[in-house]
Design a protein around this ligand. Structure first.
Ligand code: ATP
Length: 275
């Protein structure tokens, strides 16, 4: 997908301001995160800690960005993995990797003298398919069990407080055990942006680009129905490349117009069935 085409270096901090068109998802997420920021009050009232937030929605809509912004917002270290990192031929390796991930989150937080860590697991459906279903087999079940054990073990008074954020575009495939209270009991929908959302995202991704006077981002937002944030990032980049090829110093509307077709074509190529 577009996940790897990010222009944002891995280390740079991401804030909620860097995410466009996800106002209501961000609001919901912040409400959940305020539980962590006010953890003393939570503890005093005996409220059980929030352990997991599941972000659902199509690829390239900003789920990874949201998790990274959540880490800045709560002053937590950010540790990430993908569901497919846990898939191994040998029994027990996946489960071992889950335990290592939790351990490394704690160690990283300690090293950086932070009291909390966010563990982000992308494509969680890979390791969290319904147990006993066709696409699941014993090795995945062990890995999923290891994750459940780690999550169940999290305590409000842990030295380093951990929050697990996971992303999926296949919530229907998830093992219901993961969605029970005390596990991923918060869900945040991260949908494709609407017209206004697309405008906001285009603004973000053109903020460091010289736009010619004839570029109307509202118009471009209208013409990009169905585009994700990742598509729009790619669009802005492609338009700049086209301008460079024409040795222009600015990016004109025609470059965006041509780039829209390129992004749509690229998407079609991406979706070719594997031979
Ligand atoms: P996937 O499910 O494919 O991993 P994702 O939902 O996690 O996708 P991200 O990795 O967060 O998507 O987005 C990929 C890139 O697309 C980002 O680095 C950013 O450049 C751009 N992008 C996606 N969504 C947004 C958004 N809402 N606002 C600004 N940029 C976005």
């Amino acid at each position: 997908g577009f996940g790897n085409s990010s222009p944002i270096p891995r280390k740079q901090e991401i804030n909620f301001d860097d995410i466009g068109g996800q106002g209501s998802a961000i609001k919901e997420l912040k409400e959940a995160l305020d539980f962590i920021r006010n953890h003393q009050k939570i503890q005093n009232l005996g409220i059980r800690p929030l352990k997991g937030i599941l972000m659902t929605g199509p690829p390239g809509t900003g789920k990874t960005l949201m998790a990274r912004a959540a880490a800045s917002y709560t002053d937590s270290v950010f540790v990430s993995a993908s569901g497919s990192d846990f898939v191994e031929m040998y029994a027990g390796v996946g489960a071992q990797r889950v335990r290592k991930l939790f351990q490394s989150a704690r160690e990283t937080a300690n090293k950086q003298k932070k009291r909390s860590a966010i563990i982000f697991i992308d494509e969680i459906e890979v390791l969290a398919t319904k147990r006993g279903s066709n696409s699941s087999h014993m090795e995945y079940d062990q890995t999923l069990n290891a994750l459940l054990v780690e999550m169940d073990g999290l305590k409000v008074d842990d030295n380093v407080r951990l929050l697990i954020m996971a992303a999926t575009n296949r919530v229907d495939m998830m093992d219901p055990a993961l969605l029970r209270p005390g596990r991923f009991d918060r869900q945040v929908k991260v949908d494709l942006p609407d017209k206004v959302g697309r405008f906001e995202i285009l603004k973000l991704h053109t903020r460091n680009k010289p736009l010619a006077e004839d570029v109307d981002l509202t118009q471009i937002a209208k013409e990009t129905f169905g585009f994700s944030g990742a598509h729009l990032e790619s669009l802005a980049n492609e338009a700049a490349i086209l301008a460079m090829r024409e040795e222009e110093k600015q990016i004109y509307y025609r470059h965006f117009h041509e780039a829209i077709d390129k992004v749509i074509m690229g998407e079609k190529l991406d979706r070719r069935p594997n031979p």
